[in-house]
Design a binder for this molecule. Structure first.
Ligand SMILES: [Zn+2]
Length: 460
């Protein structure tokens, strides 16, 4: 398992092109007797591996995509393997492998003890950019799942009750008219002006959106060279909010601003909604079960060498950074962790009614079936997400032990769920109460497909 995780760490493949990483996991599952269906939901790197045919159906999810620009050696200081290349800054090499290991362990236990049910591993591509699970949910791959589990490396051993933000991802293209910027600017219509004015408008909008909303953008295309009035320019926006109706309200306002920018500059606007996610529906029943299993198994013990590595990493994290990361967690008694290197406690689930300000496509799964994504302490306390520190720690002993711990916790939880139908019923009842009258609508329309050519597509 550790070897597989390390291989995926070294491959560091980006979302939708994780060909070798997904193959490693799928092949391993096949070797262990799982029936593997590859290339599902329109993505060559998505797959589902199943063992068993009866109810209940337990889903375990795994991710394996890396992040651009985060190349990093297995060293406790910032040293890229190759500057600019991808790295596993979110530890998805562990995410995929811990889930796969758990699925295999569950299958072995089911065989040995004659447990009824089905265990499925979902190989989920592109969590970081194009939300593979949203397409898998839309195409019905989670329809009959009775409960779903997922593990994410982190700096705490935790199964929280927090939600996270729903998101819409959209591109705004403006079409103007090229002309000589010195000789005949009066003949030109600048698409870049429109992009800039839209951004200015959105930045003024910030004061008037709800506290938990997030809006961020980049300019993807801003012209060719300064002496040509840019005929084409494009920005890429993420808009986030706790609930999809709040998000849609803000999205429509941003769209109005974009239209205003086009009117102001006499350019034309085309907008394209390229992706979207739901907020997470927490589940106390399963979260408590995860915590119970964590306590039964016990957190890993770190060797002197691992502690030394952790101490070196900790030197690159300022006390201010650490305190903010801990405060943000809202974990009861977080102040006690300020002087701690690695989290070795297992707190009760916390954070009911709270929202964390990231997003994940696990959210869309959590609208279909009771779902929990828990974390295990893989990184020293205070490690920021998507950082070189995250990459380094995910590829060494700290990551390895956390991976094995997480796999055991997930397997234990899955077996508890399979053995006690009343637990699944309880989790489902809670799920129904939490969803209430809200209805799940896929955040992407039927015609939208995963952008498979994204890494090879030249700019317009
Ligand atoms: Zn992640």
């Amino acid at each position: 398992m550790i070897e597989l995780s390390d291989k995926i760490w070294e491959l560091a493949e980006l979302g939708l092109i994780e060909f070798s990483s997904s193959k490693l996991l799928a092949d391993e599952l096949e070797k262990h007797g799982f029936k593997v269906e590859r290339g599902i939901a329109g993505m060559p790197t998505a797959f589902v591996a199943a063992w068993g045919e009866t109810k209940p159906v337990l889903g375990i999810m795994g991710e394996y995509d890396a992040l651009p620009g985060l190349s990093q050696r297995r060293e406790p200081r910032k040293t890229p393997v190759e500057p600019g290349k991808p790295g596993h800054g979110c530890g998805h090499n562990i995410h995929g492998t811990s889930g796969m290991a758990a699925a295999i362990a569950v299958k072995m236990a089911m065989e040995k003890y004659g447990l009824k049910g089905t265990v499925r591993f979902y190989g989920c591509p592109a969590e970081e950019n194009f939300s593979g699970k949203v397409f898998m949910v839309r195409d019905g791959y989670f329809d009959d799942v009775d409960a779903a589990l997922s593990h994410h490396p982190g700096s705490m051993n935790a199964a929280t009750l927090k939600s996270c933000l729903a998101v819409s991802s959209a591109k705004f293209s403006f079409y103007g008219k090229a002309s000589h910027a010195g000789g005949s600017p009066d003949q030109g219509r600048s698409a870049l002006d429109a992009v800039e004015l839209m951004n200015v408008g959105v930045n003024f909008l910030r004061e008037h959106v709800i506290q938990d909303a997030r809006i961020h953008y980049i300019v993807e295309k801003g012209g060719e060279q300064p002496n040509i009035v840019p005929a084409y320019a494009r920005s890429w926006y993420y808009i986030r909010a706790p609930e999809r109706d709040q998000l849609e309200y803000i999205y429509n306002w941003v769209l109005d601003i974009a239209k205003g920018a086009a009117t102001m500059t006499r350019t034309e606007l085309k907008h394209e909604l390229i992706g979207g996610l739901h907020n997470l529906v927490p589940n106390r029943t399963i979260a408590e079960l995860v915590v119970r299993n964590m306590r039964e198994i016990g957190p890993p013990e770190w060797s002197d060498q691992e502690r030394e590595f952790a101490e070196e990493i900790a030197k690159s994290i300022t006390p201010e950074m650490k305190i903010e990361e801990l405060r943000k967690s809202k974990r009861p008694g977080w102040e006690k962790l300020v002087d701690k290197l690695i989290d070795d406690e297992i707190p009760d689930p916390w954070g009911g009614g709270e929202v964390s300000h990231g997003s994940t496509d696990v959210g869309d799964v959590s609208w279909q079936t009771p779902t929990v994504e828990f974390t295990t302490a893989t990184w020293v306390l205070g490690t920021p997400g998507h950082s070189w520190q995250g990459v380094a720690q995910s590829g060494v002993g700290l990551g390895h032990k956390s991976l094995i711990f997480a796999a055991k916790v997930m397997a234990g939880t899955a077996i508890d769920l399979l053995m006690g139908e009343d637990l699944i019923e309880k989790a489902k009842k809670e799920h129904g109460q939490r969803i209430g009258k809200r209805e799940y609508r896929p955040p992407i329309s039927v015609g939208v497909n995963p952008p498979l050519d994204i890494w090879s597509k030249p700019g317009e």
